[in-house]
Design a protein around this ligand. Sequence first.
Ligand SMILES: Cc1cc2nc3c(=O)[nH]c(=O)nc-3n(C[C@H](O)[C@H](O)[C@H](O)COP(=O)(O)OP(=O)(O)OC[C@H]3O[C@@H](n4cnc5c(N)ncnc54)[C@H](O)[C@@H]3O)c2cc1C
Length: 258
Amino acid sequence: MAVKAYLRPKSPSEALALIEGDERAALIGGGAYLRLASRGYETAVDLCDAGLDRVRVEDGALRLGAMVTYRRLETDLVVRDCSGGLLGRCVENIVGVQVRNIVTVGGTVAGRYAFANLTTALLALGADVVLARGGRKPLEQFLADKAPARDVLVEVVVPTAVRRSAWRDLTRVRSDFAVLNVAAVDVGGEVRVAVGARPGVARLARGAMQAAAAGDARGAGEAAAAELDFGDDLRASADYRRRVCGALVTRALEEVLA
Ligand SMILES: Cc1cc2nc3c(=O)[nH]c(=O)nc-3n(C[C@H](O)[C@H](O)[C@H](O)COP(=O)(O)OP(=O)(O)OC[C@H]3O[C@@H](n4cnc5c(N)ncnc54)[C@H](O)[C@@H]3O)c2cc1C
């Protein structure tokens, strides 16, 4: 990734001013995913000095700054306790510690990557995103936005009333992108289920959530397999993913409902 100018704004609003109206400027979180692309950028706007690396609990919610790394999700005791361990578990097998020390919450969520384990977990947890210009909105709405405006993701806000949580994913080899991933959470008595890497971006499985509310883990697996769309790619066929979805949702909910 070649860049001509490298800037380090001191706040999200300063970063927003630098990218607004300049299609040739790119925000840099960890920069790990951007580096995989061959394209260059006129201006790189690195968020490392923008004060976005904080983890705090405020008004009954866990607030994760956009520059919080995956390694922090694994090791921070506040993050672990607030998410029932889910946020650490969903990333702990991604590549190696060196990469997890670099990649960020903001780069993952803003990238809307369909394969992203973290996005699936955050969706199940009922997270909101906070944008410098667009303000606060549910992650589900952010992911569904068909024409996203250029903006700076400031933080992710996660409810802390998590009673139980479960993570399941299937990979062909360890540390590969998931063939499918599933998060199930009991948040304040509401059971929520999200499925990602179908290979489309993570979605809530609402039929499965209804079956889970009735305590039916097997029925929830069947509902998720029936209601979600699945596709083919080099890792798996749509049909295989549908079968895996039923099994993983059932197993995740058996853990949450136990
Ligand atoms: C080798 C490798 C293997 C991986 N394997 C997996 C895997 O198996 N499973 C998995 O779930 N993930 C995997 N990932 C993805 C990784 O987990 C992160 O999701 C990804 O690297 C993005 O995080 P980043 O901090 O590097 O983002 P960056 O590369 O910095 O940015 C990604 C995009 O988001 C934009 N951006 C960054 N920060 C912000 C912000 N605050 N506001 C708005 N826009 C922003 C950037 O402009 C860019 O478009 C892998 C990544 C790498 C490099």
